[in-house]
Write a protein that binds this ligand. Sequence first.
Ligand SMILES: CC(C)(COP(=O)(O)OP(=O)(O)OC[C@H]1O[C@@H](n2cnc3c(N)ncnc32)[C@H](O)[C@@H]1OP(=O)(O)O)[C@@H](O)C(=O)NCCC(=O)NCCS
Length: 289
Amino acid sequence: MKESLTFLTTLTITPYQRRHLQSVRDLLFHSTLVHTHLDWYETDAWLDSGDVCMRLGWNRGHLVGLLATSRPLNNTCWVRLAAIHDYADQRAVLYALWRDLTAELRTLNVHTVALLAVRDWITGYIPAMGFVYGEDVITLARFGHDVPPPLADRPTIRVAELRDLERMADVDQAAFPPPWQLSLDEIRQAHRISSSCTVALKDEKIVGYQLSTLYFDGAHLARLAVAPDVQGMGVGGALLGDVLGRFFRRGIYTMTLNTQTSNMRSRRLYSRFGFQPNGYDLPFWSAQL
Ligand SMILES: CC(C)(COP(=O)(O)OP(=O)(O)OC[C@H]1O[C@@H](n2cnc3c(N)ncnc32)[C@H](O)[C@@H]1OP(=O)(O)O)[C@@H](O)C(=O)NCCC(=O)NCCS
């Protein structure tokens, strides 16, 4: 008890500044209690992106913990980065970081903080921070070159260009509810590292897009979104069939993707195209501030 009281009086919480970068890298490298959910960013690039609300915990000049969320979008943000030193009072550090960070998030009008439990350790700590389990994000996979033929009235599909990104962000934010929406900056970064990004047009207007990446032995459909007013009219299926064809022509016959357990509309579409759960499920949690 005495030890942890001493520890708490020496724990200092500060905002992140660029001069702390090396300490952050060291903690992320050496600690076993690390949570990273950065999607399309490498850690350094994300820290530099300006899309960050972050706190550092220091004990006598040593970095013992860090906690960071994305910048809010529609009153919601994601826990993107967390790490606690293996020999720190882990609960005390994490909760002190959370208290300090949530004070800033409240001033930014954040109502919901979302977290994808990519590593198990964090689920032992987050209920006491107010997080509640929501559902699983599941991974679906398919292999082979059979796809259903396109439906009639197929939209025009072409490769996305830089000038399309703003409209893609609009479609994304209309199609998905928070916290699943992407900001324009996230779409820009996802587009930069994508292996295939296409848009669907009806009457020359972008009404849907898909964005896929390549990994060591297959493709990953990272994003598929269709504007709400044309959903159910074959646009999603057309984008999916088209991108599968693009990968087949490059000799790539495996594709994975993620969706929420409760997203039945997407699951029906994916099942029609031969996708099946592969067991890589991640729990989604959220906290109301
Ligand atoms: C999920 C989403 C991408 C589907 O796109 P969509 O354009 O609405 O879907 P489609 O019109 O292509 O599909 C409608 C139906 O036609 C079927 N279909 C589509 N293409 C087909 C084809 N080539 N052959 C046979 N059936 C087809 C689908 O299976 C679906 O069947 P259902 O009536 O049993 O559900 C879209 O609803 C959306 O953007 N939702 C919000 C965001 C989201 O959830 N994205 C995916 C999560 S990762």
